[in-house]
Every structure is written in structure tokens, then in C-alpha cells.
Design a protein around this ligand. Sequence first.
Ligand code: PLP
Length: 440
Amino acid sequence: MSEGWDRRRVVEVDKRHVWHPYTPMKAWVEETDPLVIERASGSMLHDVDGRSYIDGISSWWVAALGHGHPRIVAAATDQLRTLGHVSMAGVTHEVGARLAEALVRRAPAGLTRAFFTDDGSTALEAAIKIALGYHRHRGARQRTRFLSVSNAFHGETLGVTALSGVATFRSSFDDVLMEVLFLPPPSEGAPSPELEARSLERLDELLEAEGERIAACVVEPRVQGAAGMNLHSPDYLRQVFARCRAAGVLVIADEVFVGFGRTGPFWASSSSGLSPDLLCSAKALSGGLLPFAATLTTEEVFMAFWGPPENALFYGHSFCGNPLGARVALEVLSIYEDERVLESVAERAPILEEGIARIAARVGAEGARSLGMIGAFNLGTSDYLEPIGKRIGKEARARGAYVRPLGNVVYLAPPLNVPLPVLRDLLAILEESVVAATSR
Ligand SMILES: *Cc1c(COP(=O)(O)O)cnc(C)c1O
């Protein structure tokens, strides 16, 4: 640590000046004894007291390749020396052009354009503004509404907060949000043919009654993350894509969490066999290192903005196309090739699935489910702020793992390349922690 700083001083100064995300600050200041992390490497976080923790949630789902990957560090360092940042206004650069090309090559068929943003929220914000502009420039000005799933999570700007249904994140802003039409959730945990059918039935009703007024439908393909790691089938996804397409409604795939191999294939959308009109990527895109994101779209959507200058997309961010982020993302893409990251997911996924099923069975938990490098089960009734999750987090910390249940949903989403012995340790720690927390 820097001279004059120790654990106590960091916590004291933090509690005086820092405002933490998603955090009831009274409890933070009065009760919380936070982890103070000094270093991270691979799948491990190391605190200032020399204790180590397995990062069971890839630091909020971003560190898909673990921490401090030597190739990412080298690429970032080299890029910083040459060009850390320049605006994209009247300017372009090699890494931006190369990244757009590389993303398009990787993307589902038909996606040919990359618009760069800062993070998952702004990737979605750009997507909804693009969808609105697309219809407006084609003379369908009445298409101003969006379709979403009632427990979806798409980020935190005011626009995308409207698309999100998780009450904890939404209810404080309900009065000022744009109107969104919601589908009932296709899942409340493990895949459910009944819930999928009910959700599709409602989709048909809404498309029938309101189809001409809807700009786009936004989905989290295969896994609704913040809702509680709720899984739905490839067929549900395919039906949503196909039915929206038939009604002239654009499909926005939010791959912020599920992209980059988290569910197995590179993009979770690909299991539908269809391509979305817009695809949002962030989190793992920049190796869990930097805020950097991209919204990909088709030539057809792009061409709607081709006309007179007033049809341009008047949208952007200071750090749009940031060369440092672009260089890191390029390196991440080549690491996926060189280190066969998707194969490493295929090897680890059955171990995670078996471990999650075993722990759930041992404590009588319901809804054990896994897909790729995501595994979850439910304990007790559902409430985002339920204390059981906090207790498990505490027990895991004492045993050397960092996990953060979503209320009563206990889940793991470790780095995709977590070493096998570390994955086994993580599962063992979770098992002991859940047993300890539930037997009190
Ligand atoms: C995290 C997340 C977002 C928001 O991304 P930020 O980078 O936190 O703004 C959007 N959609 C999904 C599915 C996410 O998991």
C-alpha cells in the first residue's frame, strides 16, 4: 500500500467520502466490514491483509479471462504508450477499425456495423435510440414503444431503466420512465415450457394489438442474469426473434452478460438459429479491465440513417471508440482464439453443473440450473434483499471465496478459464458456506 495507508485508513476514508453502487449506505457505514482488495491475478483476489479469495462471480460478471491476463496487460501498456485516447469526431484509428472488423467477423450473420459506447447500459441506450431513428427515418413515426420481459435487466441509464423489470432497480424511478410493454417472464429459474408458452402467447397478443406502434423488443438471450440466473430454451428465443421480425419489430439482443462464451457458444443468441437486428456487447468484451462497449447492427438498420444530415444518429460519448479499450478488446478476441476459451468452457461447464446440483440437493434447494459457466439454485422465498444471500456471502468470504447471491438466488459465474482445481475449491467452499448459512 502507499505510505501512510493501511486497511483501517482506507475503510475510514471510504466511509466518509465514497457512495457505493446498489448499497444502502447507512448499513454500509454503520455495519459493513468491507473486503479491501489490493491485487488480483487469474481467478484470485488478494486483500491488504494477505488473504486470497476465489472470484466466484468474475467481479460482477466482467473478468471472463480472469484478472491481470499477461497478454491483456501487455496490450494495454503498449497502447497507453502510443495512443491512450482521441475523439472519434473527424478522426479514426487503426485499433478502432480493426476491432469493428473483428467484431463483425465474429458476430451473428448480417451484423456489419459497430457503434462504440462505454458500458452495457450505454450499449443498450444506443440500441434503443438507433431503433427509434430507424423507424422514424422510414416514416413509421408511431413506432415509439418497446417490448421487454417483466423481470429483465438492461442497465441503469433512464432509458434502459424503463426496459428493466427488476423492482429493486426500477421502483424508485417508476414515475418518470418511458412506457414499455412487458412480457411475462419465460422462466423463474430452470427452463419452464409452461412459462415460455404463456410469455409467447402474450407476445402474440401484444404484437396483434400494438405491433404497429412497437419499435423493438429487447431480450437477454438464454439467461436473464440479474432476474436471478433464469434460463429459457433456444426455442423460446427463436420464437421471440421470428415473431417480432414478422411484425416489423426490431430485435435487440442484450449480450452484455451472456456474450463471449459465458453460456457456451460465443454469442448466446446463436442458439436461436436467427440473428438479432442489434446486438449489445460489453463486460467481457474489454477483458473485464475497462469500460468499453459496442452496439452491432445490420446494414439495413444502418442505411436508415444514410439520408440527409438531419437523419444522422446524434448520439455519442466522450470516450466513444477509446483506443485503449479497443486495443484491449482486440487482444481479448485473439486470446479467445489462441487459448481456445470456448473449449475451456465446454470442459468446465459439466463440473460446475454437477457441483451446483450436488450442493442444491444437499440443502434441499430448488431450481438447480446451469448453462455454460453459470450455475444457480434458489433458497427460500424470493426477495432481492433477503438476508440468506448476505449470510452465504459472509460464510464464503471467511472460507476464501467472493460470491454475492442475488437475494435468495445463489449462483456462481467464475472466469471462463478458471483452473480446474480452483473451480473445485470454489464449489467446495460454496457447499460448506451454504450448509453453514442454512443450518443456523
Ligand atoms: C450488467 C448488464 C448491463 C449493464 O451493463 P453496465 O456495464 O453495468 O452498464 C446490461 N444488460 C445486462 C444483461 C447486464 O448483465
